[in-house]
Design a binder for this molecule. Structure first.
Ligand code: SAM
Length: 181
């Protein structure tokens, strides 16, 4: 592993086992374009497979900190505003192979943690991974995705991997929303 030693593991981040799982899962699913809510340790895990990462952070302090810490041409970090309907300049019209949802801390919906970021990812990604999937709020958010037609691929550690099915409303086919490899 090229980046693991640089990753700022903490009580708030993915743990070392989850890091390894993200690396092997990104490889197995053959994903290269990642939409990440919550930069940090997970960003380094996706870099291990040379993924391109668009990472969104709501807290300016953490955004500045992680921008300085990561500093890699394959990572673009932007701020998002944590509200029920998220909109992010440039990212709104893009599509991704995988959405990794590990932010915001808490959410705008009382019992549905990170629902707004999970929904944002659900309109733009083929796969979604939710972190902290052992918590009630995240479990509720996963149940919304499953009601929308997302299918669980695997649940391991505190990570829940979901795959888009044909039942999920398709991503609007636009010239600038083609899958890119
Ligand atoms: C749980 S962190 C995880 C970030 C990243 N995916 C990782 O694995 O390290 C998610 C959010 O918590 C906040 N955060 C990050 N590091 C933190 C820390 N050490 N203490 C408190 N909050 C933190 C940031 O706003 C971030 O978006």
């Amino acid at each position: 592993m090229k980046y693991k030693h640089m990753a700022p593991f903490s009580d708030y981040s993915v743990n070392p086992k989850e890091y390894d799982y993200l690396v092997s899962t990104a490889k197995k699913l053959d994903v290269s374009r990642i939409l990440e809510f919550g930069p940090g340790v997970s960003t380094f895990a996706f870099l291990e497979n040379k993924c391109k990462i668009w990472s969104l952070e709501y807290n300016q302090e953490w955004l500045d900190k992680f921008r300085e810490m990561v500093d890699n041409p394959n990572v673009k970090m932007q701020k998002f505003v944590n509200k029920p309907y998220i909109s992010v300049d440039k990212i709104d019209d893009m599509s991704f192979d995988l959405g990794f949802v590990d932010s915001p801390t808490g959410g705008c919906f009382v019992s549905y943690c990170r629902l707004s970021s999970a929904l944002y990812a659900s309109y733009r990604c083929k796969y979604i991974i939710i972190h902290d999937a052992d918590r009630k709020g995240e479990k509720n958010t996963i149940s919304v995705l499953r009601e929308m037609g997302w299918k669980t691929v695997e649940a391991k550690h505190r990570l829940h991997v979901l795959k888009r099915t044909n039942n999920v409303l398709p991503i609007v086919p636009r010239k600038d929303r083609k899958w890119q490899n």
